[in-house]
Design a protein around this ligand. Structure first.
Ligand code: FAD
Length: 307
């Protein structure tokens, strides 16, 4: 079923789960078991992230350097196939511009269609190690909006895929200002995106302001908030660096006060996320998206408390 129809028909807000494909070596049964804790909450679908191939250079016997693709993770298509078959659940594979030519994207869409996948998240992807800024693949797409257009072209008016795109309540780090970023978000929606999932945030007022700005800019599609519970004190500096987001001073102080008490940090992060989630639900959000990053325990507790 398409996410836009699930959103349309839902009588109350529901949780959605995002997982990262595991490292290679995991068995299909282990992957399926790692997701089982979420099944208690009957999620309507599961998002599966997609990651760009990295390269490494190896010195050959003759002294020359050769470039090799390093694919550490199970592919998102393989993960989606395993989840669909084990749980009869809808999946939302992420499709990225980075590292893909237009033909690669078409091939992926053909495979997804063949598998009966009806939803995708269309994203640009980030730069990889060694790139100062994002460089599109030769013959590929520069912006997620171009990818959305490509999916709609591929469909030839057959309405095959429901398309989600990313939105940034605290502005995408490359955008000169939030107004320009929202204008670019509007272009993605105009190109055919059906809904938006936000980057994680830790202060709900940032999300509410963002939704108001989107509506003022003429963006009418659902804007699903994305949450991630903090699990370690390292994340106080890592998350702002990696995602260009702020962590509110109250949360930072609580986490700092917990110091090296890992259990306390974990509990504070989880409780903060529960409070955020309850407040979002009270404000009538259509769904709440959880970035699980391979950890079920805290998200399961949050889902038990909130849904
Ligand atoms: P875009 O929408 O292309 O925007 C990128 C920048 O370009 C922004 O600054 C924007 O303002 C600007 N821009 C957009 N369109 C135009 C235009 N037409 N002209 C000029 N400027 C423009 N990354 C992964 O690698 N794999 C994943 O699975 C993944 N999942 C994600 C899921 C969610 C919900 C979110 C929010 C992000 C995810 N990301 C993922 C990260 C994402 O790839 C990065 O944040 C990336 O830097 C931007 O992606 P985007 O699709 O938002 O890009």
């Amino acid at each position: 079923m398409k996410i836009k129809d699930i959103l349309h028909e839902a009588h109350r807000p529901f949780p959605s789960i995002e997982i990262v494909p595991p490292l290679k070596g995991i068995s299909r049964a282990e992957l399926v078991e790692s997701v089982r804790p979420f099944m208690e909450f009957s999620p309507r679908y599961i998002n599966v992230t997609c990651h760009r191939d990295e390269y490494e250079y190896r010195q050959e016997a003759d002294g020359s350097l050769t470039r090799h693709i390093v694919r550490n993770k199970v592919s998102e298509v393989a993960v989606c196939t395993a989840l669909m078959s084990a749980y009869k659940i809808d999946v939302v594979p992420h499709v990225i511009c980075g590292g893909n030519t237009a033909a690669d994207v078409e091939n992926k869409l053909s495979d997804l269609r063949f598998l009966g996948v009806e939803n995708i998240m269309a994203l640009r992807g980030d730069s990889v190690a060694g790139e100062r800024r994002f460089v599109p693949c030769e013959g590929g797409y520069r912006y997620a909006g171009e990818l959305v257009e490509a999916v709609r072209r591929f469909e030839q008016s057959r309405d095959l895929f429901c398309i989600g795109v990313g939105g940034y309540p605290e502005k995408h780090f490359e955008a000169p200002n939030i107004e320009t970023d929202i204008e670019n978000l509007r272009r993605k929606v105009d190109a055919g995106a059906d809904y938006i999932i936000t980057q994680m945030f830790f202060d709900n007022s940032v999300y509410y302001r963002f939704v108001d700005r989107c509506r003022a800019a003429g963006i009418t599609v659902p804007v699903i908030p994305g949450l991630k519970p903090i699990t370690s004190s390292r994340q106080i500096s890592l998350l702002p660096q990696a995602f260009s987001i702020d962590i509110p001073v109250e949360l930072t102080s609580e986490l700092n006060a917990a110091g090296e008490d890992h259990e306390a940090v974990y509990r504070i992060g989880t409780d903060w996320c529960i409070a955020q989630c309850r407040d979002l639900l009270a404000h009538g959000v259509p769904a709440v998206h959880f970035y699980t990053m391979g950890k079920a325990g805290n998200v399961v507790r949050i889902l038990r408390e909130c849904f």
